[in-house]
Design a protein around this ligand. Structure first.
Ligand code: NDP
Length: 247
């Protein structure tokens, strides 16, 4: 990852903060984006000169453009995008308020769309076709492959992310930008609140084949593969990383 400039959305907690630490350890510069500026500042301070914190809301295109502008001004063209920001809404489809449905679609689908395309626009304009080092990784979810009570809106956005990745990969295949999707399994972060400490949550873990949650660092090697030069010939793939939960 040395020499790479990565923009990671949803970096104020969970996967995004973990990915930022990983990338900096591996020699990249990181631009960390999310809405909670206080969390980002603390992480940027921890990571030092290699990190730039930018307040951004992935549902607002202007804030995405501003984040890429700030990234370019500090580190140069972003060559590695991790479109990770996401929210979960749970509720039966007959009950879920329209505002919740719209929020999850705007964040998980349109937010990923806007984040990836702004990065690709700039890579294409900067002539990445010549060296083929552009990398875009979209964070989906195994729920794209499953059905579950209360999951319809969230899971459908993640199914959309999987296909968006393939579509983007096709569009940019001759432009030096590789696009791949990681579909993580259930991993403890803030997104699930205290669900996995509840009786139902514990029963869900007990029902996994390996009777455990997937650890967050299970994502490290797959992400480094798809974000680095190692994946020069990998584009349009959807990689499930879930410790076999979905099987
Ligand atoms: P967290 O809740 O810890 O992180 C979500 C991140 O997204 C936060 O940093 C949040 O920051 C950011 N975010 C939410 N809305 C916006 C927005 N409108 N604009 C910018 N940033 C936003 O959860 P995870 O780390 O677990 O989730 C990361 C991704 O991984 C999500 O897409 C999630 O769906 C996916 N995922 C998670 C799994 C899990 O088991 N944990 C499994 C499969 C997929 P802020 O609120 O500061 O804006």
């Amino acid at each position: 990852m040395a020499g790479r400039v990565a923009l990671i959305t949803g970096a104020s907690s969970g996967f995004g903060a973990h990915f930022a630490r990983l990338f900096v350890r591996e020699g990249a510069k990181v631009v960390i984006g999310a809405r909670r500026a206080d969390r980002l500042s603390a992480l940027a301070e921890e990571l030092g000169e290699a990190a730039l914190a930018v307040s951004m809301d992935v549902t607002d295109e202007a804030s995405i453009v501003a984040a890429y502008d700030a990234a370019e001004a500090r580190f140069g063209t972003v060559d590695t995008v991790v479109a990770n920001a996401g929210i979960a809404v749970a509720g039966r489809s007959i009950d879920l308020p329209l505002a919740d449905v719209a929020n999850v679609v705007n964040t998980n689908f349109i937010g990923v769309y806007l984040t990836a395309r702004e990065g690709a626009r700039r890579m294409i304009a900067a002539g990445f076709k010549a060296h083929g080092r552009g990398r875009v990784v979209l964070i989906g979810s195994i729920t794209a492959e499953m059905t579950g009570q209360g999951d319809a809106a969230y899971a459908a956005t993640k199914a959309g992310v999987a296909h968006l990745g393939r579509q983007f990969a096709r569009e940019w295949v001759r432009q030096g930008v590789n696009v791949n999707v990681i579909q993580p399994g259930y991993i403890r972060t803030e997104i699930d609140g205290d669900w996995f400490d509840s009786e139902h949550g514990k029963a869900q873990i007990a029902a996994f084949h390996r009777k455990r949650m997937c650890p967050i660092d299970a994502l490290d090697a797959p992400l480094l593969l798809l974000a680095s030069d190692a994946s020069v010939h990998i584009t349009g793939s959807v990689l499930t990383v879930d410790d076999g939960q979905v099987l």
